[in-house]
Design a protein around this ligand. Structure first.
Ligand code: GLN
Length: 489
């Protein structure tokens, strides 16, 4: 029951075999039972959840069902929500309650969704393991000694353990796709500009995108179709973006005529051999389904991580300058003067990784270094964009591993930021180029889930959904769930 897909629950709600209140209660009970173990949720208000579910049942009885009527969705703590705190899992936002809902939250509410609470994440979404959270780390339900990935680790853990059927995440350098891969879920980062960023706490504004984390490809399509659309409140939200029927795009059962690019830079020495083997096997399956695998090259891939770790911290250093302890958030005790208030409040409020990013970013933007670092990184970004452009002249979609390794042990990489940064080598270029990318489960390595990443040209998420649903239809990886939490591996 707890591992049902959204569309499954929707069917049951539509036939009247269950109610939104019953569904909400089931997940609230699961959260009460397992959240102490997983630390996936940082804020939950059961009464508010049930009130939304009751309102949804009443709405259905009177007007019929909206697209997400009565479906529980957990929300990463980076989205502003009017009910309860929004902390971005940082101490600097102590006591903060958002005065408005993020645009996507409004969209979900208007579609009848039941918001089930705020999920744990790396502080300000900076991390790949969820260990930088001010609320402590999150456990991976497949092996509770391991991290769930990050930064949307709470959302990943919650869906994987059946504490909610779906959740929202955000992805600046891989934060939806990498945790989805490490916990056996489907996660989509839409094309940059497809989903409004208004009300999503900014990390790196030229890279940030929100997207869903679900159990199936169809569920991802269902949620994304509600989240997308132009918003005049976000200057980078694209008006007249090419759109398509998201659910129809999931009806594919074969891959006849599909040209899949396999970039040699994403199958490298040093990656986990079993991860590589699983992804190679997945590509074989795609061939059986009618696809043609084309060897391609994305020659500037090796510079993506370096460029990202200049651009993202630079943008973060300016975005995070708003936390000044004046209007909201943490303020230090008895400041001596204004300078002391800024300095001590920020010192106390931000964790080590966030400080590291602010310092690197401020340095990269400072006069005398701007050309050598920031400008250079932007030039590299253009080369990466061109790599993809050239590749998509030859192929329809690109398939790669999502992460070079399966989930690692908690604490294993916390003292070594550089190896932590390398967990994103296969996801970051997609953000730099603004492209859509999806991860879906394609096997196990060391009994931990492995993810297959699909990349398409901008606005062509339908191509990704076509391919991913054909693969999902031909395999059963998406039906697995962790035994320890009542699932069937
Ligand atoms: N792990 C990457 C980072 O720490 C990406 C994070 C993200 O996508 N929010 O910056």
């Amino acid at each position: 029951m707890p591992f049902r897909s959204l569309s499954n629950i929707q069917d049951q709600l539509n036939t009247g075999s269950t109610t939104a209140v019953e569904v909400a209660q089931l997940y609230l009970d699961r959260i009460a039972q397992y959240n102490d173990t997983l630390n996936a949720f940082v804020f939950i208000d059961p009464e508010h959840v049930l009130a939304q579910a009751e309102a949804s049942d009443a709405y259905r009885a009177e007007h019929g069902a909206r697209p997400l009527e009565g479906l529980p969705i957990a929300i990463k703590d980076i989205f502003c929500t009017q009910n309860g705190p929004t902390r971005c899992c940082s101490n600097i936002l102590e006591g903060f309650e958002a005065p408005y809902d993020a645009h996507v939250i409004t969209r979900l509410k208007e579609a009848g969704a039941v918001l089930v609470g705020k999920t744990n994440m790396d502080e300000f979404a900076m991390g790949s393991s969820n260990e930088t959270s001010a609320f402590g780390g999150v456990q991976n339900p497949w092996n509770t000694d391991c991290i769930p990935g990050g930064s949307s680790g709470g959302s990943a853990s919650a869906v994987a353990a059946g504490l909610t059927p779906a959740a929202l995440g955000t992805d600046t350098g891989g934060s939806i796709r990498q945790p989805a891969a490490l916990t056996g879920l489907v996660g989509l980062k839409p094309t940059y500009g497809r989903v409004s960023r208004r009300g999503i706490i900014a990390f790196a504004s030229s890279l940030d995108q929100a997207g869903p984390m679900t159990r199936t490809v169809k569920d991802t399509a269902m949620l994304t179709s509600v989240m997308v659309g132009h918003d005049a409140g976000d200057a980078t939200s694209v008006a007249d973006a090419p759109n398509f029927d998201w659910l129809k795009a999931c009806e594919n059962k074969d891959m006849k005529g599909l040209r899949i690019g396999k970039p040699k830079e994403y199958f490298i020495d040093g990656m986990h051999t079993e991860v590589r083997a699983q992804v190679e096997a997945a590509l074989k399956k795609c061939e059986e389904l009618g696809a043609e695998i084309v060897d391609i090259s994305l020659p500037h891939t090796e510079y993506a991580v370096a460029a990202y770790y200049v651009i993202a911290p630079s943008e973060a250093s300016t975005n995070l300058s708003r936390y000044d302890a004046v209007r909201f958030g943490h303020r230090c005790d008895k400041p001596e003067d204004l300078e002391d208030m800024y300095a001590r409040s920020r010192d106390e409020g931000f964790g080590a990784e966030v400080k590291r990013r602010i310092l690197t970013g401020t340095f990269a933007l400072s006069s005398g270094y701007y050309d050598a670092y920031y400008l250079k990184a932007q030039q590299v970004r253009t080369l990466i964009i061109n790599d993809f452009k050239q590749a998509f002249e030859q192929v329809d979609v690109i398939a790669t591993p999502t992460s070079p390794i399966p989930a690692f042990k908690s604490g294993e990489k916390t003292d070594d930021p550089l190896t932590m940064y390398l967990s994103d080598i296969f996801t970051i270029a997609v953000n730099l180029a603004g492209l859509p990318g999806l991860s879906q489960p394609c096997g196990f390595a060391e009994d931990l889930p492995v993810g297959l990443q699909w990349i398409a040209p901008a606005w062509q998420e339908d191509k990704i959904l076509n391919a991913a649903s054909a693969y999902e239809n031909a395999t059963d990886w998406h039906t697995k769930s962790p035994v320890k939490f009542g699932g069937a591996a």
